[in-house]
Design a protein around this ligand. Structure first.
Ligand SMILES: Cc1cc2nc3c(=O)[nH]c(=O)nc-3n(C[C@H](O)[C@H](O)[C@H](O)COP(=O)(O)OP(=O)(O)OC[C@H]3O[C@@H](n4cnc5c(N)ncnc54)[C@H](O)[C@@H]3O)c2cc1C
Length: 391
């Protein structure tokens, strides 16, 4: 082989960065990492905006995991700021005004929604029926012979779930998968944290610094601003890079339909438009994320300073409003969420089967596998793939 590299990694997000590091350090491989964007970190990338506020360019990212291996692994590249994410839903109340309900809906939300007295009666019934600290689904609550419990399920469905889901997925209520609805939980607890994982936090110096440290390793060459597909050719089971046969392992973390020139058609996605707004005050809202579950056209507002703990001398803060819409594939649009259903999974399987005709090609990551993964899940998959490759 004429290439000076043993492995080619495409994409410098969590999938590509962990893989590149492991192959170079543990496997002693020479790794070429190509990234289309002008920065590393994939969608977890963060940077300072023009007011000096640390923002997440591609949507708010909070690290949380129950996987000790992943936590220990990422802790090599960052210290953590202790941060327990809390989310509230901003909903209108009868007679005017708004209130903030903790989500997932829990015993504190119950008090906000129904008042302390009525909530106490409902709480007793719920704990007698299902037990404390349990996550009970709307489906289970709906099936209760007690009408006040069944009515609670309807309240949560209407006020927290259905319109938010319609906005996020562009669906009519009748199109929403009943299995998804059935899984919406009510948490019989006063724990208002959004995640219950034992390890949660934010990288103390941000995600970009974490990724830069991970990729700072002998054996890794990173090229930014390079579309790998302009240099890579897949044809008849053979892979060429820059016009020459490449027989090393190729880890591809981009969109699989794009890799094969959309040969079987596009895999559908939802994309997001982010609107950033700066305010000359310390804080805009009381929580890191406020969901708008009823009438606004955005799904949620995130205020980064709550997440990052950043302190600035000036009273300034930046928020981000998220708007969800269909991904059309126009230049500049980013495919964010795979739309998982049987037809799309079947289309994905055709691409995966085509990819399997190239034995040295590995598909890894949210785009290549057409699935939603949290960062910790992707890091775990990357570590497992490297275990396998380096056996
Ligand atoms: C709005 C939003 C919020 C999220 N919040 C959280 C959260 O709070 N906590 C959490 O754990 N997870 C969160 N996630 C999930 C997280 O973003 C993913 O787990 C993570 O990005 C997956 O990493 P990846 O490497 O698979 O993909 P990506 O981060 O998308 O990285 C893929 C990289 O490949 C590059 N690429 C693609 N094609 C090519 C090509 N042809 N040539 C060169 N480079 C290419 C892309 O530019 C990109 O940088 C969130 C996701 C979204 C959409």
């Amino acid at each position: 082989m004429n290439h000076p590299y043993d492995c080619l990694v495409i994409g410098a997000g969590m999938a590509g960065a962990v893989t590149a590091r492991e192959l170079a350090q543990r496997g002693n491989k020479r790794v070429l990492l190509l990234e289309r964007r002008t920065h590393v970190g994939g969608n977890a990338y963060d940077c300072l905006d023009e007011r000096g506020v640390l923002i997440h360019q591609y949507g708010p990212h909070i690290f949380h995991t129950s996987d000790k291996r992943v936590y220990d692994y990422l802790s090599r590249y960052t210290a953590w700021r202790d941060y327990q994410h809390k989310v509230v839903a901003n909903i209108p109340v009868e007679g005017g005004g708004r209130t903030l309900l903790p989500v997932p809906f829990n015993l504190v939300s119950l008090e906000v929604a129904f008042g302390v007295k009525q909530a106490a009666t409902l709480e007793k019934k719920l704990i007698d029926a299902y037990g404390a600290e349990r996550k009970v689904t709307i489906l289970e609550l709906r099936a209760s012979p007690d009408r006040s419990i069944a009515a609670l399920a309807e309240y949560v469905y209407e006020h927290v779930f259905v319109r938010y889901t319609m906005k996020q997925w562009g669906q009519k209520p009748e199109e929403i998968d009943p299995n998804t609805t059935a899984r919406v939980p009510v948490f019989l607890s006063r724990d208002c944290r959004y995640f219950q994982d034992p390890w949660q936090g934010m990288p103390q110096e941000g995600y970009t610094a974490l990724f830069e440290r991970m990729l700072d390793c002998p054996g890794i060459t990173v090229e930014l601003g390079v579309d790998a597909l302009s240099r890579l050719r897949l044809d008849g089971g053979k892979i060429t890079l820059d016009g020459e046969a490449f027989t090393g392992t190729v880890i591809y973390t981009g969109a699989v339909d794009e890799l094969f020139g959309f040969a079987y058609g596009r895999l559908p996605y939802r994309t997001l438009d982010f609107r950033f707004e700066s305010y000359d005050r310390q804080f805009f809202q009381t929580h890191g994320t406020v969901n708008y579950t009823m009438d606004e056209d955005y799904t949620r507002i995130t205020e980064f300073k709550h997440l990052t703990g950043q302190r600035l001398r000036e009273p300034v803060t930046t928020i981000m409003k998220e708007y969800s819409r269909a991904y059309t594939g126009q230049p500049g649009e980013i495919p964010y969420y795979a739309i998982i259903n049987e037809a799309n999974n079947a289309l994905y399987r055709r691409y995966a089967a085509l990819a399997a005709t190239y034995p040295s090609l590995k598909l890894l990551g949210r785009l290549a596998e057409y699935k939603y993964y949290n960062m910790d899940a992707i890091a775990a998959r990357a570590l497992a793939l490297c275990d396998d490759l380096l056996k």
